[in-house]
Design a protein around this ligand. Structure first.
Ligand SMILES: Nc1ncnc2c1ncn2[C@@H]1O[C@H](COP(=O)(O)OP(=O)(O)OP(=O)(O)O)[C@@H](O)[C@H]1O
Length: 686
């Protein structure tokens, strides 16, 4: 441990004198500062708790991780404390700043290979340490690689790191969508099985390209487009004309990291043995090569900020263009993707015909070559065609459809991935729909059971605030029957298809309605597919996250809701209405009851199956977690199994909840049936 870290740094703001700004992130500003009692220059990262969007869990995680880790290549916090509505994190001052800032100031075309090797070698050592201690960094990028005045390299920013062995919320957070789109591994975007430390290896590969070119692949595109391109295109690599200057071993090293199948990526430990890192040189080499002649960090930061401002002024006409904004965020090295509706609207509007094409260079270089994620042969003709000819302009929803088709080889539907990107969660329709409340509609409340079952089957389902509910999906390979059980007509109506989704800014609805209607919504509204926002109110809300909801047209209170295939199941049916003949209702109710019983049986079967699979290994895992944290790192397979087991555990819990729900519904239906039967008898008697 470095001697400075053993000192007890004061935990009071008055003991620090803040100087100039040296960095800025999504929720934090970093200052050069003086620790007065020690007369020592430090960096103070001030996190604005109000700007953090209630992500206190994330902040806690960052501070916790920063103070627990201890490795020469990881930026460890000296201390942290709250001051006003800010959280101050005191850390060593890294005078050189981030590699991103160094590149932006002096190496716009990227670094030379020995520099890259030296930088990445240090980062890799940090990753080996983190992974062996059960952490995934999740935000590896040049903006988070800091260099001090002696050329020592430290990986920083644990704002989005996660612990792989954690139980509970933190474990579940591995199923969340965090990081920076350009550096984000496809499996993180896909959100199916969660992800593991191999996601860092992908980001490491992207960082290598960033250091080689001066920018990350796709960095000029808005996040939505980056998502599409990462999922659709072959992985980026060092195979362009301009990359001729790089060695074969560098190209190979990058290629091994940027494989879409995470299992095929090497571990950090294995990667460290790659011949490319034999070129790594000592810290003083870096100091001489990349730091010499650089202006002080504060000045560089100011210049970059001024450039950014200029860019904004110069592109006034394009001010609304998210590509510009995205670029500026990139220049600042900002990690998070800001999920607000305006972003969504602009991003959707930006997806044009050429947006989902691999760029010309890509096509030239990569046709016929596509990595394990989407083998070229398995690419839908759609994508291949797009690569060859310029298609007609399509609306964003159509584009999503195309994407859905073209991603058929992926185990997850892109809409699900996009839902994760939009960070919306599903809520129980019955609970939120005022039209399904009240005594008169008690029966109705019970009827659309299928509509709400989807709400349970989502991994983006979270409580408000920082608690995540159990992630939903069962590993398909673990339970082959799950497809059989959860697919088919019963499922189809539960899944809001892209054209049924409307993004609604709840908070702004009342006073900014015309402004916030997204392109997605407007276009569909025009074609009468989606209810006008005015009509949606709370009805049909299937997802909600913070102030955002996703509504489904099918859940309209005004129209009938076909929840069961071919079965009458109207959300607006009124059982007390004299217009409805009980004779026609009874068969329907009986059919629904039958469906419920069948479904319940399936769920019970599934629970049993999952329990059988899960119980024993889970005991072993629980007992072993502590050992693993201390002992040598588990193998990739072990980690994979652990991850699957946790998923299974969560699935059991989820299914159990669903079973309870179904039981209650069954009970109500039986009651209703007997009530109707009696009524019919009474009517016959009259
Ligand atoms: N200890 C440090 N010494 C010098 N500069 C620093 C230090 N820590 C951070 N910086 C600079 O401040 C920038 C923002 O810091 P940081 O990434 O930790 O903030 P953040 O809000 O977590 O940002 P993001 O989430 O966008 O990565 C960094 O990119 C880096 O340039």
């Amino acid at each position: 441990m470095e001697p400075a870290l053993e000192k007890k740094y004061p935990v009071n703001a008055k003991d620090y004198k803040l100087y100039e700004e040296v960095g800025e992130g999504v929720s934090a500003t970093v200052y050069r500062a003086l620790c007065i009692p020690f007369n020592e220059i430090v960096a103070v990262k001030v996190l604005d708790l109000e700007r953090c969007n209630n992500d206190l869990d994330g902040i806690r995680r960052e501070v916790q991780t920063m103070s627990l880790i201890s490795h020469p290549n990881l930026l460890q916090a000296h201390c942290s404390f709250t001051a006003g509505h800010g959280l101050w994190v005191v850390m060593p001052y890294m005078k050189g700043g981030s590699c991103l800032h160094i590149m932006k100031s002096a190496f716009p075309e990227g670094f030379e290979e020995p520099v890259i090797s030296s930088l990445l070698h240090e980062v890799l050592k940090a990753l080996v340490y983190l992974h062996s201690h059960g952490h995934i960094h999740r935000d590896v990028k040049s903006g988070n690689i800091l260099v001090n005045s002696n050329g020592f390299v430290k990986l920083a920013d644990f704002g989005v790191s996660a612990c792989m062995f954690d139980a509970g919320d933190r474990q579940r957070s591995r199923n969340t969508f965090v990081g920076t789109p350009c550096w984000m591994a496809p499996e993180v975007m896909q959100q199916l099985h969660g992800y593991d430390f191999k996601a860092d290896i992908w980001s490491f590969g992207i960082t290598a390209l960033e250091l080689a070119h001066g920018h990350a692949p796709f960095s000029k595109y808005p996040p939505m487009k980056v998502l599409l391109m990462t999922l659709q295109n072959a992985p980026p690599g060092l195979d362009y004309e301009r990359d001729k200057r790089f060695s074969k071993s560098f190209k190979e090293m990058v290629a091994t990291c940027l494989v879409k199948d995470p299992k095929k990526r090497p571990t950090a430990e294995k990667l460290l043995k790659h011949p490319f890192f034999k070129r790594a040189r000592a810290a003083n080499y870096l100091a001489q090569t990349i730091l010499e002649g650089l202006a002080p960090l504060g000045d560089r930061f100011r210049t970059l900020k001024a450039k950014e401002a200029d860019l904004l002024v110069q592109n006034k006409a394009l001010y609304e263009d998210k590509e510009q904004l995205s670029q500026q965020e990139y220049i600042r090295g900002i990690s998070a993707w800001n999920f607000n509706l305006e972003d969504l609207k602009n991003q959707a509007a930006l997806i044009q015909d050429d947006d989902i094409n691999p760029n010309a260079e890509d096509v030239k270089q990569k046709q016929g070559h596509c990595d394990v994620g989407i083998p070229a042969g398995r690419l839908s003709p759609n994508i291949i065609d797009q690569a060859k000819v310029a298609p007609n302009k399509k609306d964003p929803i159509e584009t999503l459809h195309d994407l859905e088709d073209s991603l058929a080889p992926f185990p997850i539907k892109p809409v699900q991935a996009l839902k994760a990107c939009f960070d919306v969660r599903e809520v129980d329709v019955n609970a939120t729909s005022p039209n399904w409340k009240g005594t008169q509609s008690d029966i109705e409340e019970q009827l659309p059971t299928q509509c709400s079952s989807r709400a349970i089957d989502t991994e983006s389902r979270k409580n408000e605030g920082d608690h995540l509910e159990p992630s939903g999906s069962l590993p398909p390979h673990a339970i082959p029957e799950d497809k059989k059980l959860l697919s088919g007509p019963q499922q189809s109506d539960n899944v809001p298809s892209p054209e049924k989704l409307t993004f609604v800014d709840v908070k702004r609805r009342d006073h900014q309605q015309p402004k916030y209607q997204s392109e997605l919504h407007r276009q569909k509204k025009d074609s009468d597919v989606v209810l006008p926002v005015e009509d949606t109110s709370e009805v049909g809300v299937v997802q909600r996250k913070g102030r955002f909801q996703v509504t489904s047209a099918d859940l309209s209170a005004k129209g009938p809701v076909s929840c069961l295939s071919g079965t009458a199941c109207s959300g607006s049916s009124n059982f007390t209405s004299p217009n409805i003949a009980t004779g026609t209702l009874l068969p329907s109710l009986q059919a629904i009851l039958q469906q419920n019983i069948t479904q319940r049986d399936e769920i019970v079967k599934m629970i049993k199956y999952v329990e059988q699979l899960a119980v024993k290994p889970l005991e072993i895992v629980e007992a072993g977690i502590n050992e693993q944290l201390q002992a040598s790192p588990a193998s990739a397979k072990e980690r994979d199994l652990q991850s699957q087991l946790v998923n299974l555990q969560q699935s059991v819990q989820r299914l159990d909840e669903e079973l309870q729900r179904q039981r209650t519904k069954n009970f109500q239906l039986v009651k209703q049936l007997s009530f109707l039967a009696k009524r019919e008898e009474r009517l016959k008697g009259q």
